[in-house]
Design a protein around this ligand. Structure first.
Ligand SMILES: NC(=O)c1ccc[n+]([C@@H]2O[C@H](COP(=O)([O-])OP(=O)(O)OC[C@H]3O[C@@H](n4cnc5c(N)ncnc54)[C@H](O)[C@@H]3O)[C@@H](O)[C@H]2O)c1
Length: 335
């Protein structure tokens, strides 16, 4: 299939590009490079032997996206483009609604215009809010507690309503848990601009000496060691989950699916595993809880397995090894 990847030069999009090529599909990348680099395309070319078909375009430019969809005879879209920082969303909600909700509205106009009505959307476990039970399955009530979560939930609501109103649409909502790690080559990976919000880039930047020590937000949660517990999933497993989810695009309707491992690891588990696997020390200090953080959050991933046969294969040790390999090979990211 010819698949448009909005935000395809980003962290998850670039790994999904490789999984799609491996599965015999043709990805077409659209990105603004707001949070990525043109170098990603060169790396993808070297890794896959195929020069990415690329358009520098903003998803909010509906006419341009419609032209691309038609020119490239796209069968489906995987929509990664958007902003993803909880803190930034709180301080600039208009930007977040514009990029995440407004961007999706314009993309849907373009898809309607071009007649391409198959969409996989990058949602997030953030739509579950503070978990009422664990592990979280797709029946868990939706409840958000920050602007970023509001934008993901609003888009989910919109896509459910769209597929209910027009039976030609086929929509898959992929609720990612915590993607970490990097391609085993170490040539693509995650390099956040500024101080990382997420744990693993923070750990690797401490390990490489760019940051002095890791702040562990909260040591008094009701978890086995008092630190927060999350479902970390290797980004390559997550990328493969998109290829498996494409099977669902044969049917119409709207399906939500968790992509996680089903295992919860604490912040201290990550630090210890990272130190053991990579033989490097991570100085850390336990500080106050961060507002909005929940004690524990991990998936019940069985629905994805039942529907598509997909399940995560890689372990925490693989995630730590590959994240460190990427960071060491690219201490300054793509710059
Ligand atoms: N990484 C995570 O922890 C995580 C977890 C859950 C959900 N998600 C969601 O997955 C998606 C991808 O996340 P990621 O980690 O790869 O983020 P990323 O920032 O690395 O990738 C997003 C890409 O979209 C591009 N982009 C941003 N706005 C654009 C626009 N208006 N038009 C075209 N391109 C634009 C950016 O330049 C970037 O390359 C996002 O929607 C994010 O909310 C990410």
């Amino acid at each position: 299939m010819n698949i448009l990847l909005t935000g395809g030069a980003g962290y998850i999009g670039s790994h999904t590009f490789i999984s799609l090529i491996d599965a015999g599909h043709k990805p077409i990348v659209v990105d603004t490079f707001d949070n990525s680099s043109p170098q990603v395309l060169d790396r993808l070319h070297a890794l896959t032997g195929q020069k990415p078909v690329f358009y520098q375009a903003d998803v909010r430019n509906s006419d341009m996206i419609a032209d691309i969809l038609m020119r490239e005879s796209c069968d489906a879209v995987i929509h990664f483009a958007g902003r993803k920082s909880v803190g930034e969303g709180q301080s600039d909600p208009v930007l977040y609604f514009d990029q995440n909700v407004g961007g999706t509205v314009q993309l849907l106009h373009a898809m309607n215009k071009s007649g391409c009505k198959k969409l996989i959307f990058s949602s997030s476990a953030v739509v579950y809010g503070n978990p009422e039970y664990l592990p979280i399955d797709e029946e868990h009530p939706l409840s958000t507690c920050n602007v970023y979560g509001d934008t993901k939930r609003t888009v989910e609501d919109m896509l459910r309503a769209l597929s209910a109103s027009d039976p030609e649409w086929s929509v898959v909502l992929l609720r990612y848990f915590n993607p970490v790690g990097a391609h085993k080559s170490g040539d693509i990976g995650e390099y956040p601009r500024g101080i990382p919000n997420n744990l693993m880039p923070y750990v690797t930047q401490v390990a490489v000496g760019q940051l002095e020590q890791l702040s562990v937000f909260g040591g008094d949660y009701d978890t086995p060691d008092g630190t927060g517990v999350r479902d970390f999933i290797h980004v390559c497993d997550l990328a493969d989950g998109h290829v498996s989810a494409m099977k669902l695009l044969d049917d119409t309707g709207c399906t939500a699916m968790n992509l996680g491992t089903g295992k919860g690891y604490s912040v201290l588990d990550i630090i210890q595993t990272f130190e053991t696997v990579n033989k490097v020390r991570i100085p850390y200090e336990i500080t106050d809880r961060r507002p909005g953080d929940v004690a524990a959050c991990y998936a019940n991933p069985s629905y994805a397995r039942t529907l598509t046969g997909w399940q995560a294969r890689l372990e925490l040790a693989d995630m730590c090894r590959d994240a460190w390999n990427w960071q060491q090979k690219n201490p300054m990211g793509f710059d």
